[in-house]
Design a protein around this ligand. Structure first.
Ligand SMILES: [Zn+2]
Ligand SMILES: [Zn+2]
Ligand SMILES: [Zn+2]
Ligand SMILES: [Zn+2]
Length: 328
């Protein structure tokens, strides 16, 4: 029964991910001169999915974060944002369907009966294909959902499913998920003797989107744009270091001192790829320092050494922020 504890972590990790960016994207259908019904159809689907259903899904996650349970109905979302309660599908003007159950699942569905079908969001996962920039995240969300379903299946049958279709037949998953980058169903193997299973991204090339063994995820860092963002974090820190030195004639003992001194409020901003704060080192006299991206993978995102910023995979690019040496 040890396996039952894991999905709790998986689900909360998933919620964290899907709630990471509180979307304020309530698109307003507004008035316009769209006479072309195809253009109108594309626009409506966009508003219904990315504007309304994603905002509702974020609202449900925020509600969970605040009250530790899902709302009983969408009207309860008034506690989060009253605008959410009045959202309707721009095509049919009906309110969204919402379901939740005792197993902490939730579903938000566009009320449109058939074609054009705007789809649904099941436990934070949209039924429509993700944009390429979200493929890695989406694939990893699919793997985590599948792992949670495996754990629930194990709780009931005391063994892992023979294949992923069993999870669909049992109602634990809406479909067998596919990697959005290659449109191939996730690979799954189990070892009945060892009570062990593996789920992995079927991408034929390396690196893939990662894999999960017995509920433990092994995901490569999402490097889409994160190196650039990490670098700009380190530039901000290096700038703050130079200002600190200018004021105190030495570097701070801890990164936190940048905050307490009022020089840099956001000293704790983490690396966007690994979510951890930067490593910091200074000598006993506070005359030299280093800041490292905590990313453990090679080549990582680089470091700052006394204002010299070197980027991990682009070592030619070095930015120097000289410390402001004040004359005693
Ligand atoms: Zn979207
Ligand atoms: Zn709709
Ligand atoms: Zn994948
Ligand atoms: Zn980094």
């Amino acid at each position: 029964m040890k396996y039952i504890a894991r999905p709790v972590f998986l689900i909360s990790a998933l919620l964290f991910i899907s709630c990471g960016t509180p979307s304020d994207g309530l698109l307003d259908p507004g008035t316009d001169s769209l006479n072309d019904s195809h253009t109108r159809g594309v626009r409506d689907a966009e508003i219904c999915r990315h504007g309304n259903m994603e905002a509702l899904s974020d609202g449900v996650c925020q509600f969970y974060g605040k009250y530790n349970q899902y709302p009983g109905s969408l009207d309860d979302l008034a506690a989060i944002n009253p605008r959410l309660c009045s959202l309707t599908c721009p095509t049919c003007s009906l309110q969204y369907e919402y379901e939740t159950d005792i197993n902490d699942n939730f579903l938000i569905r566009c009320p449109l009966p058939e074609d054009p079908d705007h789809g649904f969001i099941d436990n934070g996962l949209p039924s429509w294909p993700p944009d390429p920039s979200n493929w890695q995240q989406a694939c990893q969300n699919y793997m985590m959902h599948t792992a949670s379903a495996c754990a629930m299946y194990y709780g009931k049958y005391n063994e892992y499913p023979e294949d992923l279709q069993d999870l669909v037949d049992e109602g634990y998953l809406p479909v067998v998920y596919q990697c959005p980058a290659c449109n191939i169903p996730l690979h799954y193997t189990r070892d009945t003797l060892e009570a062990s299973y593996t789920i992995h991204c079927p991408l034929p090339s390396d690196p893939t989107h990662g894999y999960i063994i017995d509920g433990i995820a092994f995901f490569p860092p999402d490097t889409t744009g994160s190196e650039e963002a990490c670098r700009s974090n380190m530039i901000c820190l290096a700038t703050a270091m130079a200002m600190y030195y200018g004021k105190y004639n030495e570097y701070p003992e801890e990164l936190e001192d940048l905050g307490t001194s009022g020089i840099y409020e956001y000293w704790y901003t983490p690396c966007p790829a690994c979510g951890r704060m930067y490593n910091y080192w200074t000598d006993a006299e506070g005359q030299t320092y280093a800041i490292y991206c905590p990313l453990p993978w090679d080549p990582g995102h680089g470091s700052v050494y006394d204002g010299m910023i070197s980027a991990g995979s682009d070592r030619a690019a070095v930015v120097t922020i000289p410390p402001v040496r004040s004359i005693p």
